[in-house]
Ligand binder design. Structure first.
Ligand code: C5P
Length: 396
């Protein structure tokens, strides 16, 4: 069936790129409606938009003609996707705070449709903690964001505020609307990255995990149609696209809490390098003058075990095991102890070749022994292999 897309154009110098997007989407036979905010009209005209979309452009909330022709609630409900492009800092702030003071914000608040924001703004506005907080919050609710590459901005600054190109949006749509995917309807939960266990307000213990492998697996699952929740410890990675939920946590306790809330019916993949121990937290910074502190380590909860022994255990549970010796034997022990269907074991004896690197070499074990032994390959290829050769066959 023809997919229906609502494009919301807000005020930014990048608004002209929305014209190109409309043309591309028309060529691909999408059904399109467009809302322009008042600020958007300062950059491009409704006439140029409607000449391309071959439709009237919606502009006002209380315009009687518009409301009789197409009420705002109908606009909010009838589409398969809403794309906000360009998305200004102001518009993102309004949506994240539940404002409904014009047609565009009202439609977004009244809508349960998936929303993709394509931000374009000055780098200081983008990196401002206020904007970052708004984006983080919206992401945690399942809103998607696509950012452009670094480059010179219209304001003369250089940085990451540039908008993504319309061709990237078309790629996003190709993945979103391809309904012949093998994991369609599958619910998946993935953990990734390290956890950080605070010692005092400025110190913590953690490990070298970069999160790369977990993020790539989450992205690959989503590409294959799964509804993916990714729970991540602190990383410097950008959020994978097409996720249903993306939640960042710091400690193992926090990760466990979110995982228990989000137990899926189908699949749990525990890629996170959960810090095995935590420490009794000191409310005040420990002083050097007070001598070498005696830190008492306490066991952290085992998240993988909590999920695999849970009464709502997903159909498939996959763990990871980083070992420096006796790789396969230890992995087999772990399969039993942690009641996993698969353990993906990697040798981290030479840790620099794994942590933070793009390469990985693993053996995939199931309850009977070695299921698949793979040569060294880049983490993206490995994510594709894991999904294609382990996850898809096990869930079908
Ligand atoms: O016991 P070990 O840390 O080697 O087990 C590794 C597997 O268990 C990984 O899948 C990791 O995500 C998971 N794990 C966990 N909670 C812990 C420790 C490990 O979920 N506290």
């Amino acid at each position: 069936m023809r997919k229906k897309i609502l494009i919301v154009i807000t005020g930014s110098i990048a608004a002209y790129k929305a014209l190109y997007l409309i043309r591309k989407l028309k060529e691909k036979d999408f059904f399109i409606n467009v809302i322009m905010t008042n600020s958007a009209k300062k950059f491009i005209t409704p006439l140029s938009v409607s000449s391309l979309s071959e439709k009237r452009v919606y502009e006002n909330l209380f315009d009687l003609t518009e409301e009789t022709e197409m009420g705002h609630i109908k606009l909010a409900k009838m589409h398969d996707l809403i794309i906000v492009m360009p998305a200004s800092a102001n518009f993102i702030a309004k949506v994240s705070n539940g404002y409904a003071d014009d047609l565009a914000t009202t439609v977004l608040l009244a809508s349960k449709t998936k929303v993709l924001f394509v931000p374009a703004m000055n780098i200081n506005m983008l990196t401002n903690p206020i904007t970052q907080k708004n984006i983080k919050y919206l992401r945690s609710l399942g809103y998607d964001f696509i950012f452009g590459n670094e480059g010179k901005l219209a304001c003369g600054d250089y940085g990451l505020g540039r908008m993504s190109e319309p061709d990237d949006i078309v790629k996003y749509l190709d993945i979103l609307f391809d309904k012949t995917k093998p994991l369609d309807g599958i619910e998946a939960l993935v953990t990734a990255g390290p956890t950080q266990e605070p010692i005092d307000p400025v110190r913590f213990i953690s490990n070298k995990s970069s999160g790369i492998q977990g993020y790539l697996i989450a992205e690959e699952l989503a590409k294959n149609g799964a509804n993916v929740s990714l729970i991540s410890g602190p990383t410097n990675l950008s959020t994978p696209l097409n996720l249903s939920n993306f939640i960042k946590v710091e400690t193992a306790e926090e990760m466990l809490k979110v995982c228990l809330k989000k137990i899926p019916k189908d699949l749990f993949i525990s890629v996170a390098a959960v810090t095995d121990w935590k420490i009794n937290y000191n409310k005040h910074k420990m002083k050097k003058e007070e001598g070498i502190p005696k830190l008492k380590l306490i066991d952290n909860p085992d998240i993988l075990k909590s999920i695999s022994f849970h009464k709502k255990r997903p159909r498939l549970v996959v763990g990871f095991a980083a070992e420096t010796k006796h790789l396969t034997q230890n992995a087999m022990k772990k399969i039993k102890q942690k009641k996993c269907d698969f353990i993906i074991a990697n040798n981290v004896a030479n840790s620099k070749e794994v942590f933070g690197s793009n390469m990985n070499e693993v053996a995939i074990m199931n309850t009977k022994g070695i299921f698949l032994k793979l040569t060294k390959m880049d983490k993206k290829k490995l994510a594709i292999k894991i999904v294609k050769e382990v996850i898809v066959p096990s869930l079908n």
